[in-house]
Design a protein around this ligand. Structure first.
Ligand code: APR
Ligand code: PHB
Length: 392
């Protein structure tokens, strides 16, 4: 049996950043992760850090490689009717975003833990939360050699993503979930080729949505809207490039740079919110509590905002025995979560082709795109949400 103040399940951005913040406040925490270190470090996920995320990581001393290797972006393109309509983020808001892969943040956080000797246990299995009704919840699990282990905690942070065990550990009837399914998914690829444009391109085309993004001057990240039940086997590289070329076509000078595809995957699209985000001494953060469709690039940024609030709440409780911030944790987070849910839903519905949409819905969609591209007020609203609203 081991003791810790905060037992954290999951070594994604939520769990790792929470552990980093707590240790920084002198609070003891242990992270338990089902996968191996190399798996979580290599997993290709989101790539856009909004302004408040970059500021926080920098303030915390986690911004060195981000500043060196991250790509600052001051605008992006909405591409429709074969033309680019630039959303000038910095002109409209004074702020920018930084393209820096989620797994790079994960690598930086793991390296910081290693340097300080803060514990992360990888490749654990059968993690379970016991005695959740008491003031000493326990995490039982198996270490990589199969040995039974037990971690007695003052608090548990469920940072184990959408498919984790934390959310289902809360008694049925204590949680409400609200969700939306979308009639499409994203096929995402990483291509070993320089980006075809200096900025991100969100393209709306009658054949479906496409996104041109990047990871570095040598690596392009691209996405295609596909059917939710689409199979990867049906998308050989040539078909992916042909479809991207069609959907990204413009009347301006644009040539898609092709190259070897080094990662391919299909991601379902959903919106999902759990209310409240806490039960007794268990606090949910990140994808364990909420999912947004990736069109607004908000998933990782919401995880960061959650654990920023959670670390403050737990610090107040541990240091001063004050529970107000912990009691308001869920409400504080959910205000930001619902703003991001709306924005992500808005970007998704504005840009994708809904196979069930009638002619009226299609006209509305096109009108919204044209309005966003031509009105400074509409573009500013989009830009303000995209670069990220300030943390609570
Ligand atoms: N026991 C231990 N670890 C677990 C368990 C379990 N039962 N279940 C899941 N995990 C681990 C996963 O292997 C993963 O490493 O929890 C971690 C959760 O990390 P993420 O899925 O990255 O979630 P989060 O940290 O909330 O970050 C949100 O992820 O999906 C993206 O776009 C989303 O960028 C956002 C980010
Ligand atoms: C990405 O680069 O992976 C990316 C960028 C913008 C999005 C979603 C994903 O909206």
């Amino acid at each position: 049996m081991t003791r810790t103040q905060v037992g954290i399940i999951g070594a994604g951005p939520a769990g790792l950043l929470l552990s980093y913040l707590l240790h920084g406040e002198g609070i003891d925490a242990v992270v338990l992760e089902a996968r191996s270190r190399s798996y979580v470090e290599q997993r290709v996920r989101a790539g856009v850090c909004e302004h408040p995320t970059v500021e926080l990581l920098t303030e915390l001393g986690l911004g060195d490689r981000l500043a060196r290797e991250g790509l600052p972006h001051h605008g992006f393109s909405l591409r429709f009717d074969g033309e680019d309509h630039r959303i000038a983020l910095t002109e409209l808001t004074g702020k920018s975003i930084t393209v820096y892969g989620q797994q790079e943040i994960v690598k930086d956080l793991i390296a910081a833990h290693e340097a300080k000797g803060w514990p992360i246990e990888f490749e654990v299995s059968e993690v379970d939360i016991q005695d959740l009704e008491s003031d000493r919840p326990r995490l039982t699990y198996r270490d990589p050699r199969g040995g039974a282990r037990e971690l007695v905690c003052d608090f548990v942070a469920g940072c184990d993503g959408f498919h984790g065990i934390s959310r289902p550990a809360i008694p049925a009837g204590r949680l409400r979930t609200l969700d939306r399914e979308y009639p499409f998914a994203w096929l995402g690829v990483l291509a070993e080729t320089p980006p075809s444009h200096e900025e991100l391109i969100y393209a709306h085309h009658e054949r479906g949505f496409a996104l041109h993004s990047m990871r570095s001057p040598e690596l392009t990240r691209l996405y295609l809207q596909v059917a939710p039940d689409e199979r990867l086997e049906d998308w050989p590289d040539e078909r992916i490039w042909a479809e991207l070329a069609l959907r990204l076509e413009t009347s301006g000078d644009f040539a898609l740079h092709e190259g070897p595809l080094v990662d391919k995957g299909i991601t379902p699209m959903r919106s999902f919110v759990t209310e409240p985000m806490a039960y007794r001494r268990l606090f949910l953060a990140g994808d364990a509590a909420h999912i947004v469709p990736p069109t607004g690039a908000k998933g990782m940024n919401l995880a960061v905002a959650d654990v920023y609030a959670l670390s403050a709440a737990l610090t107040e409780w541990v240091r001063h025995n004050r529970t107000e911030l912990a009691e308001s944790y869920s409400d504080t987070c959910l205000r930001r979560v619902w703003r991001a849910e709306h924005f992500s839903w808005f970007m998704t519905t504005m840009l994708h082709v809904d196979p069930g949409a009638d002619e009226f819905a299609r006209r509305l969609q096109l009108s919204q795109l044209r309005y966003t591209a031509s009105s400074a007020a509409a573009a500013t609203s989009l830009a303000e949400n995209y670069v990220g609203l300030p943390f609570a």
